[in-house]
Design a binder for this molecule. Sequence first.
Ligand SMILES: [Cu+2]
Length: 466
Amino acid sequence: MSRRQFIMAAGAGTAVAGGAMAGLGGWDAQAGAAQHFALRSRQTSFQFGDHVTKGLISLTDNAPSPVLRVRQGERAVFDYTNGLEDYTSMHWHGIRLPNAMDGVPYLTQMPIGQDETYRYEFTPPDAGTYWYHPHCRTMSQMAHGLTGMLIVEERGDQGFDADIPLTLKDFRIGSDGQMLPYFTARGAARAGTHGNVRTTNWQQDPVMDVPAGGLIRLRFAVTDITRVHRMIFPDVAGRIIAWDGQPVDEDIPWPTAEAPLWLAPGQRVDVVIKAPAVEGEELTFRSLKGRNSPFNVLRLRSVGADLKRDIADVKPLPRNPFAHPNVKEAEVRDIVFGWSPEGEGSNNGLCGTFDYTFWSINRSPWPGDVVSGIAPVAELKQGRSYILRMRNESPNLHPIHLHGLVFKPLRSNLRTLPANYTDTILLLKDEVVEVALLADNPGDWAFHCHVIEHQKSGLSGYIRVV
Ligand SMILES: [Cu+2]
C-alpha cells in the first residue's frame, strides 16, 4: 500500500477488530475540481454496543458526519440543506472567513428552515484541523451527533505515513439504547451534563491499523458539548505539531499521567507519533474521567513491514498567513465570565433558547438567540491590536471561543501558557488570562463558552469589529 493509499484508507474507514469501522467517512474535494459539497442533515440510527440508537443526526446515514477535506487558499462551497423539522445553521469552527459565512443565527444569517438550502462559500486562508457544527438548535443537534471535522490541507505533502481524524464525543444513552435527556438544569448551572457513552468517531475504544514504523499524524478534536478531556499519550517518540488548527510556535509538553493535556470542547490538537516497528504492537491513547479514572480514546496497531521512519524527520508545519497583533500598542478590554442572577431567556427565537439563565459575560446574561437590541461585549476597530483580559469568576471550567479571529495567550495568573495562536481557550477556576489579537476581520463575531449548556444559559455574546 502506498502512503497516499494508506492515508485515503485511514480517512475512509480503517478496519478494526471485530470488523467494525472505526474511521470516519471522508469526502475529498477532487484534485483540480471545484470544491463543492452538497450536505444534508438527516435523522439516522447507529449501533453503540449492543443496541441501535435511533433519532441521531448526521450528514450521512448510519454513520458520523464525514470529514470534509479542502485545500488551503482555494474557494470551497458547501450547500447545506436542512433535512430536519427543526431550524438549523452551520458554523465552521476556527476558520477565518467572511462574517456572513459564519453560520450564527440572527447575528450573521437567519435560521435555515426545513428543506431550505443555505450556501456557505469561503476560501480558507489557513491550513489545519477545524470542525463544523450547527449554531441553531445547537444543544439538541450536537447532542444527537451533528458535528464533523473540516480539514484544510497544507500545500504539498507534509511527509506523514497516515493522517487520522479523531472526533471525541459522548452520547447519553440508556440501557435500552435510546437517548437520555441530553441536558439538565443541574448540569447547566455547574460543569455541564456529561454523556455516559464515550466515543471516538462514534466508536468506543476503537483500534486502528497504522503502518509499522510509520510517522502517523493524529488530529484530535473535542466535538463534545461538555467533556473537558485530560489526555494521556503513550510513552513513545512523538510531538505536538499543531494546536487549535495552528502550527505550534512554542512547544507543548508531551502529555503524561502526571501532567495530562487538557483539551476542552471546541479544541483540537495535532500530534505525530512513530508507530511501533513490530507488527501487532499497540499504542493506547487515554483520557481521564473524574479524578483519575482513565479510559481509552484510541488504540493504534502496527501492521506491515517496518517503514523505519524517524521522528526527527518531521518538519514543522508551514505557518499560516495571518498578521500578528502589536502587543505594545494594544488596548486592554476587560471581560468577566460569571454567574448571573437567575433569570429567564427572554429573546426566544427559533434556535432553542433555554427557559433560564445561569451565566453571564460582563454581568450580562445572553437573553436568547435573537440578537436585536443587545450590545456587543466589546467593539474593536479594524486593524487595531487588543488585549482581552478574561476573568473566570466561577468554579467551573469554560472553554471560551471567539469566531472569525485568532488570538494568542500572553499570561495567566495560574500557569504558564504556551503562546500558540488559538480560537478557543480554556479558563480554569478563578483564572485570569490575557490574550492578544489583531482585529483584522470585520463583523459581529460570536464569543461564547463551548460547554453548550453554559452557552445556552447565558455565557454568550459577540465581539464587533468595525
Ligand atoms: Cu462554560
